[in-house]
Design a protein around this ligand. Structure first.
Ligand code: CDP
Length: 225
């Protein structure tokens, strides 16, 4: 395979998608775009503005009007990028447990997905990109030249997410992370619209026993001639 212009990386929570994609994008000099950020931003704003996230119509109205700005990182505090909404830096706020607990409900709404998918396609069509999410290979960029589905066991993923939170200096409880992740994966993979699943033409990489560099290497091997 020649070097792909559009690379889609999908997979369940904390499977290492964004870490791997960021390295790959840097090495190839491509844009890195993490679509999960958009669903997290809509969820955060909905939590702040709406009393009940079951009010689908109101949540979709937020998704339709929100302007999410993802920029190069402005601080060296571990962030891969800045996320701004309404003039406010929400990069870390979107990682709160309350967002984790509600993001799958919000992202299952068809209207939310329509709004986010069209913005993501516009970004994907603009340049060489490594785009990360749950439905990039299946729905957002079905024409991607390379599709990877990055998987790992729930326990390994919870361990990684736990270490990530601790390294930021925050408190984390492994059992709670595992439980919340399994819940989120279940909602993401059983929703009616754009469920989490590998595209038919995706290469599945199971990363339980692979370090980040090995995963990056495996992906690059797919297009080495
Ligand atoms: O980083 P982590 O894997 O925990 O999650 P994320 O990639 O930031 O995604 C957060 C949530 O957004 C997921 O659990 C999905 O509910 C939703 N999402 C989605 O539905 N479609 C995408 N393309 C990306 C994220």
């Amino acid at each position: 395979m020649k070097q792909p212009n559009l690379i889609a990386i999908d997979g369940p929570a904390a499977s290492g998608k964004s870490t791997v994609a960021e390295i790959l994008a840097n090495e190839l000099n491509y844009m890195f775009f993490d679509t999960g950020v958009m669903y997290r931003a809509v969820t955060l704003i909905a939590l702040n503005q709406i009393s009940d996230l079951d009010m689908e119509h109101e949540v979709v109205a937020i998704a339709d009007s929100i302007e999410i700005d993802v920029r190069k990182p402005s601080k060296g505090d571990g962030r891969k990028y800045d996320v701004w909404v309404n003039g406010k830096d929400i990069t870390w706020e979107i990682r709160q447990p309350a967002v984790d607990a509600n993001v799958s409900k919000v992202s299952a709404y068809a209207g939310v997905r329509t709004a986010m998918t069209s913005q993501q396609r516009r970004i994907g069509m603009k340049s060489n990109v490594v785009m990360v999410g749950r439905d990039i290979g299946t729905v957002v960029l079905p024409e991607a030249d390379l599709k990877v589905y990055l998987d790992a066991s729930a326990e390994e993923r919870a361990k990684r997410r736990h270490a990530e939170i601790i390294s930021r200096g925050d408190e984390a409880d492994y059992e709670k992370i595992l439980e919340s992740m399994i819940r989120r994966d279940k909602i993401d993979s059983t929703r009616a619209v754009a469920p989490l699943k590998p595209a038919d033409d995706a290469v599945i990489i199971h990363s339980d026993h692979l370090c980040v560099a090995e995963v990056v290497h495996k992906i690059k091997d797919l297009f080495a001639t």
